[in-house]
Design a protein around this ligand. Sequence first.
Ligand SMILES: [Zn+2]
Length: 328
Amino acid sequence: MNTLHQQVGKKRRKLKKRYFLLLIFLLVLSGTVLFVGTSYSFREVPSTPDQPVTKPAPTETPPSTDQPEPITPPEESSPEPEIFPTIESDETETPTEEETEISSEGPTETPAEENTEPPVEEEKPEKVVYLTFDDGPSKWTEQFLDVLAAHDAKATFFMQGSNLKKEHLQESVKRATQEGHYIGGHSMTHNYQALYTNQQFVPEMIETLDLIHKITGTTPSLVRPPYGSAPGLNGGQIRKQLADAHIKIWDWTIDSHDWELPGNPSQIVQNIKRDTTSDKEIVLMHEKSQTLEALPEVLNFFKDQGYVFGVYNDASHFVMNFQNDAAL
Ligand SMILES: [Zn+2]
């Protein structure tokens, strides 16, 4: 009996020992799993380790250690995807320098590449040439528009009231507007005496701009003074009237002298090439047949020189007049 009791007692003690050792083993195991888990989370997220450290403390659930431990790591790994997006969003704001550091992480590669490309294009200094054609509309207007369209170039036309009144030319004026060109005013009479000596400049320009509005529906505010603003506008009176009427004027930076070169388009091209010196040029030309002949070479020249063909825009006016009048 005694021996039996003793044997049973030994077995029970052995079993208790085994259970005790198993418990300790499981506790140690859970402890290491927790430690490894928290140390990872410390590396990645300085802000969130509070939760993993306090939550799965061994005091709460020692018997059921096996199951909760595998569950907790996914909880710790889940913040990772939340963290990376915040880093990404920071980088989209300042894309240039940090690119190499982030690329090792993987998920940020594609946005970083996309962000770096556009700024390079924007950094390029833009050379702009504004081609301007005076005295139209004319029988040549359609062909000017054809050549410009073939070269995907926009231009600024300064049209004269006496020509705008010709109904058979008005379709060309509409077409020019529809194809993205700007139509500005160039007076009704083009007469020096009337415009400057008799000071009809502003009334004539208002009438011309109204005519353009009736034909095209646009509301232009830019005019080109016939013969240029000097000497015609040397006195301040007309310029004050222009400012009061919110009318702007544009002269030019390059005079092609095309009007006095009939039959000599190559000289027109040479004149333009010779005087092209700046990143922003305004070229004075007219609706003449020799100008039409020279136009493809003029367009190719500016393209080869890296110029963009600008078209005047009332919203982004810049001052370009021989009077250096900042109000115009
Ligand atoms: Zn003119």
